[in-house]
Design a protein around this ligand. Structure first.
Ligand SMILES: *Cc1c(COP(=O)(O)O)cnc(C)c1O
Length: 223
């Protein structure tokens, strides 16, 4: 596998999508999702110059974190986190992308020894199978989370349905942008909501068009 070529291809496509959207390239952060590979392969990808690493499971996150801890990377936990595992991991996480319940927020607040940057996960398509808050719940959720001083709500995260066509992706990502801006404009304490975590290997260009600031890309690095 030619990791340097894959990395260059992904970063070029990201840069082109940013340019097309009239956005500065620095406004889009590429998270390399390494869940498909072991830490020695992940290390090869790191050597090509990626700076953000994402994992969706606690055990896989800790494997990579322990193996690559000395490389000054930024660490993203992008998948569902069970409450009982919060204590094992939360203080190693730079960004947690999958905050999907108030109970989880409470546990993070209890276990964190510093302020953890979190994305509220939004189930914008209303799919039963997906984690995340419905849009209609957000106001109440924010009023409850406001008491948790060890959380900073930096933005919103979503996963588009696997089978979504282009039209649907445009509509989902533009709705996310609209909601994120509305929340950001409220200027709530501890809730800047300046970021948008959306876009994966199959749809990051559309996500960037609609304002994604963190794209989570896995398979495109490993094909
Ligand atoms: C695996 C995963 C990704 C990356 O998906 P690819 O299609 O491989 O780019 C992004 N986000 C989450 C939450 C994931 O679990």
């Amino acid at each position: 596998m030619d990791f340097q070529k894959n990395k260059d291809d992904v970063f070029l496509a990201v840069a082109q999508a940013a340019e097309k959207a009239g956005r500065p390239i620095e406004s889009v952060n590429v998270i390399a999702v390494t869940k498909y590979v072991d830490s020695s392969i992940a290390n090869k990808l790191v050597k090509t110059g990626v700076r953000h690493i994402g994992e969706n499971r606690v055990d896989l996150f800790l494997d990579k974190y322990n193996a690559l801890a000395d490389q000054n990377l930024t660490w993203h936990l992008i998948g569902t986190l069970q409450r009982r595992k919060v204590k094992d991991i939360i203080n190693f996480v730079d960004y947690f992308h999958a905050l999907d319940s108030v109970k989880l927020a409470k546990e993070i607040d209890k276990r964190a020894t510093r302020r953890i940057k979190c994305f509220l996960q939004v189930n914008i398509s209303g799919e039963e199978s997906k984690h995340g808050f419905d849009l209609s719940e957000i106001d109440e959720v924010l009023s409850e989370i406001a008491q948790f001083k060890n959380l900073e709500l930096v933005g919103l995260m979503t996963m588009a349905p696997f089978e979504a066509d282009k039209l649907e992706l445009h509509s989902i990502f533009s709705k996310m942008k609209q909601v994120q801006e509305e929340l950001s404009n409220r200027q709530l304490p501890g809730m800047p909501f300046t970021e948008l975590s959306m876009g994966m290997s199959g749809d990051f260009e559309i996500a960037i068009e609609h304002g994604a600031t963190y794209v989570r890309i896995g398979s495109a690095f490993f094909e």
